[in-house]
Write a protein that binds this ligand. Structure first.
Ligand SMILES: Cc1cc2nc3c(=O)[nH]c(=O)nc-3n(C[C@H](O)[C@H](O)[C@H](O)COP(=O)(O)OP(=O)(O)OC[C@H]3O[C@@H](n4cnc5c(N)ncnc54)[C@H](O)[C@@H]3O)c2cc1C
Length: 412
């Protein structure tokens, strides 16, 4: 049986990029995918529009990956966000920049990214083997033996392991890479969800499902500490809260819940107005619009479709006229506007997270080459590696950059 130069496991962004780089160096590359098509997860990224990178500086990129972000300095230097954008453009796919430096293909379709990768793989004659689920990976002297779930054998001198993490299993990333890596002696750090919607205790929150709060202030309270969060957009759902700011902060919030239990989240509908200013405003407005009902007044501070729900929760009569409101009721109203409390008690299952935090320990991977420090000839790329970043295109850049470096290193 012919031994290939490089076998790449997983045809996601990391694996496709690794296979392309290996083949570009003239190596005989096979790309192995358990699904019957490539890039299934890529297709759902960015709400089907694929936010594939960000214009942020290298320093910002490294910070986005948290404490161990420095691990990626070399990788992002070797294949930066600019390099990825150039790669897209030189392969006929233009892009646009949106809020927060997020970059999307100008077609507005993740499908065009998958099609582009497929076209390049074909151009470089990468052999793609579909419906092959790797089950065992072994190394005998200098050769890797790959065995699928239906006992199909492939042999290779080098292997790039890019099977993704453990979220949205229906796209193919079902955590196989962890077992395979462990069997080769690698340590898997704690697997946690990154970018996951949060569940709440209050039974009135599901009534607000579908309502988005734009640019609200947020803070947390846990164990007597108040932790300010960045401003952003929050979405109410049938189980709790989601939306960009919640997904980005979910990592930190779930860590706090794990340690201290329930967390109070406070929503500030008027983050630019101080408490005292709001009190003065309410007093003045109550005089000015004295004949107006509470529900008609509150809609100037809160989205109209949540006003009656919230008034009910705080036992305030929606039809009461402003000139009949007591001081105590006005204080409740002020609380609703500045510090509406919600009790977060957990998160949706890992499978509903955007990204897996945790994976193959970075300590066991050479940051210059992505090669295993334990098994020569084995390389890692993409989400299988420990750590994760918030949304914004950082995770896909990580997949493409680590794939680039792993593919190049495996061919040298
Ligand atoms: C809903 C959603 C939206 C997202 N949006 C964005 C976004 O807009 N921007 C961003 O930066 N990130 C986004 N992400 C994260 C991004 O999708 C991941 O970071 C990225 O897909 C990881 O790439 P990967 O190649 O490592 O893994 P994957 O894309 O998961 O690819 C791994 C591949 O390996 C295959 N595979 C797994 N096991 C085996 C096996 N045993 N044998 C053979 N093949 C196997 C899988 O079928 C799969 O095709 C999003 C994630 C989700 C879930």
């Amino acid at each position: 049986m012919e031994i290939c130069d490089i076998a790449v496991i997983g045809a996601g962004p990391a694996g496709c990029m690794a296979a392309i780089q290996g083949a570009k160096q003239g190596k005989k590359v096979v790309l192995i995918e358990k699904n019957k098509e490539l890039g299934l997860k890529l297709l759902i990224t960015g709400n089907g529009r694929c936010n594939f990178t960000n214009t942020a500086s290298l320093d910002v990129f490294l910070k986005k990956f948290g404490k161990k972000g420095l691990f990626y300095r070399d990788v992002f230097n070797k294949f930066s966000n600019q390099d990825l954008m150039n790669f897209f453009r030189s392969n006929g796919l233009d892009f646009i920049e949106e809020e927060g430096g997020r970059i999307f293909p100008s077609t507005g379709k993740a499908r065009s990214v998958v099609d582009m990768l497929y076209k390049i793989l074909k151009e470089y004659k990468v052999k793609i083997i579909y419906n092959y689920r790797l089950e065992h990976l072994q190394k005998h002297s200098k050769i890797f033996k790959l065995i699928s779930t239906n006992n199909q054998l492939i042999t290779a001198y080098n292997v790039v392991l890019a099977p993704g993490g453990l979220t949205y299993k229906e796209t193919g990333s079902s955590g196989d890479g962890y077992k395979i890596s462990e069997a080769l002696g690698h340590r898997i750090t704690e697997i946690k969800p990154g970018g996951v919607p949060l569940t709440v205790r209050e039974d009135w929150i599901p009534d607000l499902k579908g309502i988005t709060l734009e640019d609200v202030g947020l803070s947390l309270q846990s164990g007597g500490r108040t932790i300010p969060l960045p401003r952003g957009n929050l979405l109410f759902t049938h189980f709790g809260v989601s939306g960009p700011i919640i997904l980005d902060m979910s990592n930190m919030i779930t860590d706090i819940i794990r340690e201290h239990g329930d967390v109070k989240l406070y929503i500030d509908f008027k983050p630019d107005v101080k408490e005292q200013e709001l009190e003065n405003l309410l007093i003045a407005d109550f005089r000015k619009y004295s004949k107006r009902s509470l529900k008609n007044y509150l809609k100037y501070h809160l989205p109209q479709n949540m006003v009656e729900h919230v008034l009910k929760v705080f036992s305030l009569d929606p039809d009461k006229k402003l000139n009949q409101i007591t001081k105590k009721e006005r204080a409740s109203l002020q609380k609703i506007v500045k510090t509406l409390p919600i009790t977060i008690h957990g998160h949706l299952p890992l499978n509903k997270a955007m990204i897996t935090c945790g994976g193959v320990s970075k300590k066991e991977i050479d940051p210059r080459t992505m090669e295993s420090k334990l098994v020569p000839g084995l390389y890692f790329a993409g989400e299988i590696i420990d750590g994760c970043a918030p949304s914004g295109g950082f995770n896909l850049q990580q997949a493409f950059s680590t794939g680039y470096v792993a593919g190049k290193s495996a061919s040298s």
